[in-house]
Write a protein that binds this ligand. Structure first.
Ligand code: SF4
Ligand code: SF4
Length: 304
């Protein structure tokens, strides 16, 4: 694409797909030469979407709007919120990786731990790559997660939260809703990693095809399931939701295990993301069928 040409959603999706296919960083660093990822979902949301203000109320005032983070790092651009688009993507875990971790009882499978480290390295590189491609075509862009002031802060509601949440950005871009375990359930399931960047471009927002921010979770939809509660080896998930502190402590312990069992510096868990009905798709039938038919529910109420 030439400089200052209009950027389209298809052009962006093409860049992400090409990077998945061709980047040497798409690797699990295994002798088998397997790739970490083989597909993606991509969505777009406007910098002027009201949901960013709702996140300030729901997550905390420290959670950046796209305009705040863009303006902090590119003040000379003088943008208004509606000149910004957030590009979000989902990298669904491959079947083999999900299968091995579904057998795990306490610590992650080797494959899962490799994705957590090397697959995420690819995800970081993808953010950089997309920013670079946009800048080359004359459009300023930044990756909030990679900015030096991105941070994790203590939160009354969530015990801790970050100044930019990739999962919340993906939710805003129509890519999924939250489950009892806090994970984002997408049309390819909850076993995934996600990323985003903010760019000074104008791309039509992806509709949010859900009635509320928990619509894809069986527990919230009809009071059933709760399978992620039993999958968690440290009981960090209950009917009240996800205890982030317990989860964090278990993740910290997993470092020792990964080093000893698999001989590399890594960590991870994700046991609650696999062996559950939302592992690889939307388990709520009505929501899944509505999405397949392209039906949109009435506008969702504010986050509560
Ligand atoms: S396992 Fe069941 S209760 Fe847990 S997030 Fe998935 S659908 Fe919701
Ligand atoms: S909640 Fe945390 S500790 Fe529990 S299964 Fe999920 S990732 Fe593991």
């Amino acid at each position: 694409m030439g400089k200052n040409n209009r950027v389209t959603g298809d052009w962006i999706k093409g860049i992400i797909e090409d990077f998945i296919v061709s980047s040497p960083l798409n690797t699990m660093e295994k002798k088998t030469g397997e790739s970490a990822w083989d597909s993606s979902l991509v969505g777009f949301s406007s910098g002027a979407d009201q949901i960013w203000q709702q996140y300030k109320e729901y997550v905390g005032a420290f959670h950046w709007t796209p305009w705040e983070v863009f303006n902090q790092h590119c003040p000379d651009e003088n943008v208004s919120a509606d000149q910004l688009t957030v590009i979000s993507w989902i990298l669904p875990q491959r079947k083999l990786v999900r299968k091995t971790n579904a057998r795990a009882k306490k610590y992650p499978s080797e494959e899962w731990a490799r994705i957590r480290v090397y697959g995420e390295n690819f995800n970081i590189a993808l953010r950089d790559h997309l920013v670079k491609k946009l800048v080359e075509s004359g459009h300023t862009a930044i990756a909030p997660m990679l900015t030096p002031n991105w941070t994790i802060v203590k939160s009354e509601r969530f015990s801790y939260a970050s100044s930019w949440s990739e999962r919340h950005a993906a939710h805003a871009a129509g890519l999924g809703t939250f489950g009892l375990c806090d994970g984002l359930i997408t049309s390819k399931g909850k076993a995934m990693r996600t990323g985003s960047i903010v760019a000074k471009i104008s791309i039509k927002s992806t509709p949010r095809p859900y009635a509320n921010h928990q619509a894809y979770c069986l527990y919230y939809a009809d009071g059933t399931c709760g399978k992620c509660i039993d999958r968690c080896p440290v009981r960090a998930i209950t009917e009240e939701g996800h205890n982030k502190e317990k989860c964090r402590q278990h993740l910290a312990k997993s470092r020792e295990y990964v080093k000893e069992a698999y001989q590399f510096e890594g960590h991870g868990c994700g046991l609650c993301q696999v062996g559950v009905p939302c592992e690889a798709g939307i388990p709520v039938r009505s929501a899944r069928e509505a999405l397949e038919k392209g039906e949109l529910p009435p506008p969702p109420p504010p986050l509560a």
